[in-house]
Design a protein around this ligand. Structure first.
Ligand SMILES: Nc1nc2c(ncn2[C@@H]2O[C@H](COP(=O)(O)OP(=O)(O)OP(=O)(O)O)[C@@H](O)[C@H]2O)c(=O)[nH]1
Ligand SMILES: [Mg+2]
Length: 201
């Protein structure tokens, strides 16, 4: 029986709370509050402490999933929540004015952690704004010597979010990820991870 703590972080409105809700097998613990600052123009509610949910992996194995607040003024929570995490998922909202810069900001904020734990990156809102492209993100990550799973995802899509978690698990606990995870299978090669949707019959 094993449990894995995975943290989801990223800027305001990138879909962290949505992702925890999409993925969790239990009702999510949220700490959403009405924004009192500039965020009010963007959203009706924002996370002020954390989101929490779990994913049941079978055989008693569990993922404990935490979401951070996006606002930098709650940065102290990023540091608290990353403690004990064995994987980090960064979600970036492509429909923001400077999403590449936001990715850089979060890579810097979690610099110490990502030296030690694996991370993956999901780009949300690409349906609303196709640029920058995945290739541009890939180039930015490569320039910083990060070889990590990178996907375009919709935080509302269970399949998309499962794929991101599967990518995390393949680095943290390959024995679980390689078996079969929520209808997705992983074709792994050390330098070449490929994630495919299982054929439906
Ligand atoms: N169009 C579109 N909407 C999305 C996508 N992913 C998430 N959303 C929506 O974007 C919004 C994201 O809101 P939250 O989940 O509260 O974002 P958050 O990252 O938790 O934000 P903070 O807690 O304020 O930092 C929700 O309304 C989602 O339904 C996507 O890929 N495309
Ligand atoms: Mg939130």
């Amino acid at each position: 029986m094993a449990s894995y703590k995975i943290l989801i972080s990223g800027p305001v409105g990138s879909g962290k709370t949505t992702a925890v809700s999409t993925l969790s097998d239990i009702p999510v613990v949220k700490t959403d509050a009405k924004p009192t600052d500039g965020v009010a123009a963007l959203k009706d509610s924002t996370t002020v402490a954390m989101d929490y949910g779990t994913i049941d992996l079978g055989d008693g194995n569990k993922v404990h999933l935490y979401g951070t607040p996006g606002q930098e003024r709650f940065k102290f929570m990023w540091e608290i929540l990353v403690q004990g995490s064995i994987g980090l998922i960064l979600l970036i909202n492509n429909n923001h004015p400077h999403p590449l810069r936001e990715l850089e900001l979060f890579l810097e904020a979690f610099a110490r952690s990502i030296e030690q734990i694996p991370f993956s990156v999901g780009i949300t809102h690409m349906d609303e704004c196709p640029r920058p492209t995945i290739q541009q993100y890939s180039q930015l990550l490569a320039a910083k010597k990060h070889v990590v799973p990178l996907f375009s995802v919709d935080a509302r899509s269970k399949e998309d979010m499962n794929l991101l978690v599967l990518a995390m698990l393949s680095m943290i606990a390959p024995e679980i990820a390689l078996e079969n995870f929520k209808g997705l299978t992983l074709n792994a090669h050390p330098h070449h991870l490929r994630y495919t949707k299982r054929q439906r019959h």
